[in-house]
Design a binder for this molecule. Structure first.
Ligand code: RUQ
Ligand code: CUA
Length: 619
């Protein structure tokens, strides 16, 4: 929430009237009459309760994938119940699933044990969620891929060279050809070069990166990189249908300022949305264009006409969101009371006519008046926009602490609903695809003062479910989430097809064994391999001996093929805690220290779970 720090700049720029509004909205007082306080009447509450009630044994209609911010995780919710179904660890070890403790996931995490994950991106086919993968960015220059077949993190790519602060990410193109990243912080590149801050405007650079996604396996690889002026790139979205082939990124600090950014970077009335022709980037990279920086080929826009254009957008824009048909691009100037809608056809005409007002480091700046369709007076502090199936758009208003509903084309604001409090992102059911569902919208709020039993100074973040099936938006439910949700996506549940066990025939792990007879210890010099079988209710071998200083690898296979029969392996005093799902094999490697060390199954698996234990004797 970097923009929350720009309060004083906000006051300076928006003026006294706005100031009054800001203060009154941003200091919510605790509800007065206890738990039953609600803006709606009693009958409305009864309707809301019915709409969110998912009876025992019944299933939700949608999955909600919510980013975990600097917890480095993803949270899975069911909608409309708003029940927290699962936590998917991505950039952070998670003892609950043993993630980050076994050799494989430890290697994937590398030296970093935290990430700041903001913007999930479900894989798409023709601009619609296809239920295969989920990508998520990390500020540390990385993108992860979660496989929705088993809801597990399968790949982390990066840190990508030259990228500092991968905020504008992990948005995917309509057929998931690319997941893109844009740098929040400009730095001298290659990384590791040190240049005095006085040369920021000329010697520091931003970069926009395309990460190629294999259409069959989802495997990510480096695609191309574009050198950009030293702005702070913020959010992005891929063009679709009419605007397919382009990606859009907002930027702030186009002043190229340093120091107290809340003042220095809020001087200009307009910053930019950068529009990148990713098909041209791909083609240029394939033709070998660009210069080698930090070990990767970097494309320079002034050498490749048409690669990047800048769309002026007021003021310090945050979100940029492309309408379902791709014709409109909505840029939310967070220090304004309006959101700006650009017309892609007009953009193309302006490009053709060279309707420019200047350039930034050789990148043409399009004329604002020629490409803008409307400034929609949504309210104060617009951040992000989502879409419904019927031409309606929904914009979150941080300062107003509300959601505005407005109509594409007529630009009329038709409804507003307050959020408790200070909404950041919002997500509508399939609301950023070519085919939005309407029905539900979730506001991901930054504050929740007084909305829950107090748990101390760190108040739970709140997410609010809103019914958008009718003309007027209706608040249905408050759900409290772990810190700190940014963006989330909501996908129809029947698009996701998770497995329940790993089929035995798919396990290709070289150290997998399927019979307790094959369990045991083999030695090669000071390297010891322990092949272990986990099945109710024994860990075989039940004891083994190694020597002090040995490098021990335990390869454990859970040979169960029964739903929900997970086993764990905890070794006391070793910081070892791994979990193996049915049909899965995992390894853990460590140096043996002298003594007797019990190991045991950590996942409750049967009536004799407590008996599932053994001893490692190190002599
Ligand atoms: S950003 S609200 Cu990554 Cu909008 Cu958080
Ligand atoms: Cu196996 Cu508990």
């Amino acid at each position: 929430m970097s923009w929350i720090r720009s309060r004083s700049a906000l006051w300076a720029t928006i003026g006294v009237l706005v100031l009054a509004l800001f203060v009154s909205r941003c200091a919510p007082s605790a509800p007065k009459g206890g738990a039953k306080q609600s803006a709606a009447g009693t009958s409305d509450m009864a309707v809301a309760a019915q709409k969110t009630y998912v009876a025992p044994g019944d299933l939700d209609e949608y999955y909600l994938f919510s980013s975990g911010g600097h917890s480095g995780q993803m949270y899975v919710y069911g909608v409309p119940s708003m029940r927290h179904l699962s936590t998917i660890p991505v950039f952070t070890p998670y003892p609950g699933t043993g993630y980050g403790f076994d050799d494989e996931s430890k290697k994937m995490l590398g030296d970093l044990t935290w990430g700041d994950a903001h913007h999930p991106a479900l894989s798409e086919t023709k601009g619609d969620y296809d239920g295969r993968w989920l990508f998520i960015n990390d500020m540390n220059g990385r993108i992860a891929r979660i496989d929705l077949r088993d809801f597990k993190t399968k790949q982390i790519i990066g840190p990508i060279p030259n990228v500092s602060g991968n905020h504008g990410s992990a948005f995917v193109t309509p057929d998931t050809n690319y997941s893109v990243m844009a740098s929040r912080f400009s730095i001298p590149i290659p990384k590791g070069t040190a240049v005095e801050i006085g040369k920021y405007a000329t010697d520091y650079k931003g970069v926009i990166t395309g990460i190629k996604v294999d259409p069959k396996s989802g495997e990510m690889s480096f695609g191309w990189q574009v050198l950009m002026p030293p702005f702070d790139y913020d959010l992005g979205d891929a063009g679709k249908l009419a605007s397919d082939g382009f990606v859009f990124f907002t930027s702030y600090n186009t002043e190229r300022a340093t120091g107290k950014l809340e003042v220095t970077s809020t001087q200009r009335d307009r910053d930019y949305i950068a529009m990148v022709d990713w098909k041209l980037a791909e083609k240029s990279a394939a033709e070998g264009k660009g210069t080698l920086i930090g070990g990767v080929k970097v494309l320079t826009p002034k050498d490749i006409p048409g690669l990047v254009y800048l769309l002026p957008c007021g003021k310090s824009p945050h979100g940029v969101d492309v309408a379902p048909d791709g014709k409109w691009i909505v840029g939310s100037g967070k220090l304004q009371g309006v959101t700006t809608v650009f017309n892609f056809e007009k953009i193309q005409t302006a490009v053709k006519n060279k309707d420019f007002t200047g350039d930034e480091d050789g990148i043409p700046v399009l004329k604002y008046e020629s490409i803008k369709d409307a400034e929609v007076p949504v309210g104060l502090g617009p951040l992000h926009t989502q879409f419904g199936p019927d031409g309606y758009a929904y914009t979150s208003l941080f300062v107003d602490s509300a959601i505005a509903k407005w109509k594409l084309g007529t630009w009329e604001v038709v409804d507003k609903i307050p959020m408790s409090y200070s909404i950041g992102h919002l997500t509508a059911a399939e609301g950023d695809t070519v085919n939005p569902d309407g029905k539900y919208l979730v506001g991901l709020n930054k504050l929740s003062h007084g909305r829950h039993l107090s748990v101390g100074p760190s108040q739970p973040e709140s997410s609010q479910l809103v019914d958008i099936s009718e003309e007027k938006m209706k608040l249905l439910y408050d759900a409290f989430t772990e810190p700190e949700p940014h963006y989330a996506q909501m996908v129809k549940a029947d698009k996701i097809h998770p497995i329940e066990v790993y089929p035995k025939e798919e396990n290709k792990h070289p150290m997998a064994i399927w019979d307790v007879k094959d369990a045991g210890v083999t030695r090669n010099g000071n390297k010891v391999l322990v092949k272990m079988v986990a099945v109710r209710s024994t860990l075989t071998p039940t004891d083994f001996e190694v020597k002090e200083g040995d490098e021990v690898t335990i390869a454990i296979t859970n040979i169960e093929q029964t739903t929900d029969e997970l086993h764990g392996l905890g070794i006391l005093d070793y910081n070892i805690n791994i979990v193996v799902d049915p049909g899965e094999t995992k390894t853990v490697t460590f140096k043996a220290k002298k003594g007797v060390f019990p190991y045991y199954c950590t996942n409750f698996c049967s009536a004799l779970h407590q008996e599932m234990q053994g001893y490692m004797i190190v002599r």
